[in-house]
Design a binder for this molecule. Sequence first.
Ligand SMILES: Nc1nc2c(c(=O)[nH]1)N[C@H]1C(S)=C(S)[C@@H](COP(=O)(O)O)O[C@H]1N2
Ligand SMILES: [Mo]
Length: 317
Amino acid sequence: MIIGKPADICPSEITDPEIYRQRRRFIRNASGVLLASMAGMLPDPARAGYGGKPIEGVRPGPFSTSTESLTPYKDIISYNNFYEFGTDKESPARLAGVLKIRPWSVVVEGEVAKPGRYHLEDLLKGQPMEERIYRMRCVEGWSMVIPWVGFPLANLIKRFEPSGNARYVEFQSLYDPKQMPGQRRDVLKWPYVEGLRMDEAMHPLTILAVGLYGEILPNQNGAPLRLVVPWKYGFKGIKSIVKIRFLEQEPLNSWRRAAPHEYGFYANVNPHVSHPRWSQRRERRIGELRKRKTMMFNGYGEQVAHLYQGMDLKKHF
Ligand SMILES: Nc1nc2c(c(=O)[nH]1)N[C@H]1C(S)=C(S)[C@@H](COP(=O)(O)O)O[C@H]1N2
Ligand SMILES: [Mo]
């Protein structure tokens, strides 16, 4: 068994929210972040937007991996891909702190009965805040285990009442070169765009995250709202979302647009289909020395394999 079944998914037997939060804090601190930040090795969390503030009422959610240790907080917030803030792993933590994440709104367009511009607060109202401990794997060959805080994307989608023509969902990140220095260069076509097929978007594993380790997302991890799809490569997890469009046609995601032979639309974690520059057979879990075998669908096959039945995943990579 790789993933807990809904009955044993609880990452902790402790249900009292206060004790639970203390436990989370303990794990986060045990990862060394306090010592590291005192030594001046990390950006001051107070400068990084709202990142680091505790989120109230977080409950253990389903599908959490219970057998793997969490990637230390300091690694999750200091080794990032966020090309809007530079193409190396360290720049986002250094530069994303200035991103203004309040007020924030999300525009909803396309094949829906309720299009419009929604305030972030309204989108979050009434959402169950769940902790989901997911394996995450980047196409570059590294992986992490991240205790996200978020809620099912399906909850939001239902509110917008998509029409029968909505077969795909497209997401767009903020475009603001004044705040995002990486956008002053044409490394990608801006804004960053990603997409899911409707059934992938509605899948209960798919969440919108607002936090990690029980606390508000640091900007470098995609504040205030980012997608998390744990059976797909990291690049699907679009950050700082400002637009959601419901479409009849498959959207053209940024990475496929930039290099169609290297990146597909589906981007399912698949050890049998390698990227031209990086084998996908093995991965380096951040913090470990020996490489691990990469699992089909990142280990979530029991939940998602049926979505791709009859599809040639070498062609639809
Ligand atoms: N807007 C935006 N979203 C993005 C990216 C990006 O460059 N811009 N990088 C992606 C990639 S390649 C990865 S691996 C993950 C990394 O998320 P993390 O930094 O929170 O671990 O974010 C994804 N989302
Ligand atoms: Mo990635």
